[in-house]
Design a protein around this ligand. Structure first.
Ligand SMILES: [Zn+2]
Length: 300
């Protein structure tokens, strides 16, 4: 596999065992999600950053676990949700893909489309049944990466640095996209952490490093002369977990009356998946069948 062109992450740890570093490149899957969502230029940048952030969080999951990042703000984009599985599958959606804002000082104005005020909610499905574990923080800069770093420090008590970046070409298509996640583990050496954070502050832009030398260059630039071990590298892909069965389960909650009303009024139901935009159509017969099952399930 060509590590410089395919979407993937690399997980590494300093030889001292004190600092965990993850880097990722997600341009291919981000392009697919941006296309499916029909995103404006600034929303494309927001999505690219969010997809990088979600992919990095997904890289820390145990098998069978899932994570969702939900950014909600008072800007015109309203909401962005990124979901990642432990096997490297990522999907994303925004409430209003056409939101746009004027760039400021040559930078895409992500805070203007997301909104300065709002919340980041991280939902963890531990894959053992039961309700997902939720943590919420206020948005601190609405630049996506900083908000995730703040969440990790505040809600999960893990001092973290997050850098996520999406660069657009002149035709506003996505050129490079990815990022890093650096976490100080409990036995981290203070001076090593300081040295690493200083290096990160003086790094060239993430997209520039990715364009020049992929995740390898991003990782070696972050680490500098700090010795480290590569632990794992895995592909990242776009995949939506929606299905007809899941759509039926949602419709089922309308109950017998609701389903029969839908059948009599429209004669069918259409449900569009907000992530992959696949349209599920259920005809009158299928609605009737769901309604009958719904009736059977009413407790006597
Ligand atoms: Zn879907």
């Amino acid at each position: 596999m060509n590590m410089n062109s395919d979407d993937h992450y690399i997980r590494a740890i300093t030889s001292s065992g004190g600092i965990r570093v993850l880097v990722c490149s997600v341009a291919i899957l981000a392009r697919e999600i941006i296309r499916l969502q029909g995103a404006s230029a600034t929303v494309s940048v927001a999505l690219g950053r969010g997809i990088a952030a979600g992919s990095l969080m997904g890289a820390l999951l145990k098998p069978g676990q899932r994570i969702a990042l939900k950014y909600e703000g008072n800007g015109p984009m309203q909401k962005m949700i990124i979901e990642a599985d432990s096997d490297g599958a990522v999907r994303g959606t925004v409430a209003n893909a056409l939101a746009e804002a004027v760039p400021v000082n040559g930078r895409w104005n992500v805070p203007a489309v997301l909104g300065r005020a709002g919340f980041l909610t991280v939902s963890r499905d531990l894959g053992i049944g039961g309700e997902p574990y939720l943590g919420t923080v206020q948005l601190v800069s609405s630049e996506i990466g900083e908000d995730l770093a703040y969440y990790l420090a505040e809600s999960e008590q893990i001092p973290s640095a997050v850098g996520v970046s999406a660069g657009l070409a002149e035709d506003v298509s996505l050129a490079a996209c990815g990022g890093f996640l650096v976490q100080a583990l409990p036995k981290a050496d203070e001076s090593e952490v300081t040295a690493l954070l200083d290096r990160i502050d003086s790094l060239p832009s993430i997209t520039l490093l990715l364009e020049r030398g992929g995740t390898e260059l991003l990782l070696s630039s972050i680490m500098g002369d700090i010795p480290y071990n590569r632990l794992e590298s895995r592909p990242l892909i776009f995949r939506c977990g929606c299905s007809r069965e899941k759509v039926e389960r949602v419709l089922y909650t309308l109950g017998e009356t609701g389903l029969q009303e839908l059948r009599e009024r429209d004669g069918f139901a259409e449900v569009t998946c907000e992530f992959c935009k696949v349209i599920y159509r259920l005809d009158a017969e299928e609605l009737n069948r769901l309604a009958i099952f719904s009736q059977d399930s009413i407790p006597q």
